[in-house]
Design a binder for this molecule. Structure first.
Ligand code: FAD
Length: 393
């Protein structure tokens, strides 16, 4: 029988979070395994639009992370030896009515209170300077943030994975974790379909599958997922400058039947126009597209950008994105087993993935964290559920 491989850290999930964590640990000489049930970047990280988001961060900590990451993103192509096609080309949120204006003015005020000043409400003329193809007659104002932008999320994720590999990480692709061997509250081995591997520490970066994975160690966390859909056109001459996110998405008016629909768009480095997004509740890990949702997206995009009417859509897709019960990130150790660390639920992860990888490295080396993420421990849910059980008795 062949000897079992042994690792200091095993990361489960080859999306942008898992690959960034693998890179940051391997770079410091940690013996790392990265296990992915499909191909690297085959789930949400390959389905997203690549917006590097600052404006609609869910808390001051991830906003600060996104701000600090700007310097990192500018250098990351060089560091990872792959062009991540990062363009700090600005982000715009078109506003069509007073309700959106009120909600988005509060969001801008909140960013200012959290110390981020490079964001403001602008008039339609200024919005049109950012996006000349936008029909300014359709809007009353816009949120503008010059520091937002877009990148290629597939190059970013694969770049982290390959850089981890160059630094000695072993990657187990098309290899699903199907169980764990646990002794004395510690995971000793991870069970894959064809073999078992030994490990000192397990990091769950399993995205939408987090709850299912954690259930395998006897723990239940209130982590859910939703399905986001998008599509892309064949390449056209440059017409969209930065990242555009529909203001309607910040109000109840975006709910149509059981979907949330709004116009988000950007133009990739190769010229395709990426259009999104219709979002529905996740169910049975279904990633079928719903032409109804995307047809509404297309109509909404055309209402703002009539010049896009002859786009040739060549591909549509969808992806599953995890979120926790309180919509805040989950980042920290479980208490039983004690050597499992959970990372998920960071909204708009692409722009902050490197910071997440670096924070895990800091935890591993007990360096103290660059950010106070103590509020995001998964134990907040476990304590709550055991308190409920006690109360029931
Ligand atoms: C349409 C759409 C548009 C989006 N647009 C943006 C955007 O513009 N900007 C942005 O920042 N974010 C965007 N997002 C969100 C972003 O994609 C996610 O926040 C991010 O990809 C999450 O990364 P992850 O590594 O946590 O998850 P994932 O990429 O889903 O990776 C998790 C991985 O774990 C693997 N896995 C699960 N269980 C197991 C197991 N048992 N064994 C082995 N492997 C396992 C899965 O196969 C998967 O590959 C968008 C998402 C969608 C769907």
């Amino acid at each position: 029988m062949k000897n079992k491989k042994s690792y200091e850290v095993t990361i489960i999930g080859g999306g942008v979070c898992g690959c960034a964590i693998a890179y940051h640990l391997a770079k410091e000489g940690v013996k790392v395994a990265l296990v992915e049930k499909g191909d690297i970047c085959s789930a949400a990280s390959g389905a997203n639009l690549g917006f590097s988001v600052l404006s609609y961060r869910q808390n001051p900590i991830t906003l600060k992370m996104a701000q600090d990451q700007l310097l990192v993103l500018r250098e990351l192509s060089q560091e990872l030896e792959i062009d991540i096609e990062y363009a700090e080309s600005g982000g715009l949120i078109p506003i069509t009515n007073q309700e959106e204006l009120q909600v988005l003015s509060s969001m801008v005020d909140r960013c200012h209170e959290w110390g981020f000043k490079e964001i403001k409400i602008v008039n339609p003329q200024r919005a049109n300077q950012q996006e000349p193809a936008l029909d300014r007659e359709k809007i009353i104002a816009a949120v503008y943030c010059p520091l937002e932008g877009i990148l290629n999320p597939i190059n970013l994720t694969i770049g982290f994975a390959n850089a981890a590999k160059r630094n000695g990480a072993d990657i187990y692709a098309n290899s699903s974790v199907i169980g764990f061997e646990i002794t004395n509250k510690r995971i000793k081995e991870i069970i894959l379909p064809a073999e078992k591997i030994k490990t000192n520490l397990v990091i769950s970066a399993a995205g939408a599958w987090t709850r299912e994975l954690i259930n395998m160690v006897g723990v239940d966390l209130p982590i859910y997922y939703e399905r986001g859909e998008a599509m892309i056109s064949s390449p056209v001459s440059r017409i969209i400058k930065g990242a555009v996110t529909d203001g309607i998405l910040f109000t109840e008016a975006s709910s149509i039947k059981s979907m949330i629909v709004g116009a988000c768009l950007a133009q990739s480095a190769s010229g395709g126009i990426i259009l999104a997004q219709s979002t529905t509740e996740g169910e049975d890990y279904n990633i079928q597209n719903s032409p109804f949702g995307l047809s509404l997206v297309a109509r909404r995009v055309l209402s703002f950008f009539p010049a896009l009417k002859n786009l040739n859509i060549i591909r549509m897709w969808s992806g599953l994105v995890s979120f926790s019960e309180d919509k805040q990130p989950v980042f920290g150790f479980l208490d039983n087993p004690t050597n499992m660390f959970v990372v998920t639920g960071f909204h708009s992860t692409i722009g902050i993935a490197s910071a997440i990888g670096n924070m895990v490295k800091e935890v591993y080396f007990r360096e103290g964290s660059s950010y106070d993420v103590s509020a995001y421990s998964p134990l907040r849910f476990i304590k709550k559920s055991s308190a409920l059980v006690k109360g029931d008795n």
